[in-house]
Write a protein of this length. Structure first.
Length: 159
């Protein structure tokens, strides 16, 4: 990582998501997805005993989030987004890398997610982190009928 990028990340924080973050998260969600999650869906996830939810803050404002479900040694990334004004600056990679490192401390070794077949930008981000396509879910996204790639990354492969 270059010096400029290292400096940029000194001014952000990653912390556990709470209910007070929902308005910022809902704004990012609406700006990011064709079919955004509802407030109720986020609240249900916050209350789930298998969920791990984090926000990325800059200047005390939520600029991104990631939500996972974890069981035993596996985690499934359910939702992730960075505010459009902060994209293409490395925040997505930084957030996912941090969460992988944190989850590995809890014994999680395998990570899964679905990504739109047409979302090549996100696929590229995930590939840089070691994810690879292991399958396809036909018509996974109901609102568009688009297929989803199932991607997987295992820490076991890294040594």
């Amino acid at each position: 990582m270059g010096k400029c990028a290292e400096t940029l990340f000194e001014f952000v924080a990653i912390r556990i998501m709470d209910g007070m973050d929902l308005e910022d998260i809902l704004e990012i969600e609406r700006l990011s997805f064709i079919s955004p999650w509802t407030k109720g869906m986020f609240e249900d996830t916050l209350d789930s005993p298998v969920a791990k939810n984090f926000v990325l803050e800059k200047d005390k404002r939520v600029i991104g989030y990631i939500m996972l479900y974890s069981v035993e040694d596996e985690a499934h990334i359910m939702n992730i987004a960075i505010h459009p004004a902060h994209r293409r600056k490395g925040f997505g990679v930084y957030l996912v890398q941090h969460i992988i490192e944190e989850c590995s401390k809890d014994g999680i070794t395998d990570f899964f997610l679905e990504v739109r077949e047409g979302n090549t930008g996100a696929q590229g981000l995930y590939r840089t982190l070691g994810f690879s396509v292991i399958g396809k879910r036909k018509g996974y996204y109901r609102e568009s009928g688009e297929d989803a790639y199932v991607m997987h990354m295992s820490l076991r492969k890294r040594g």
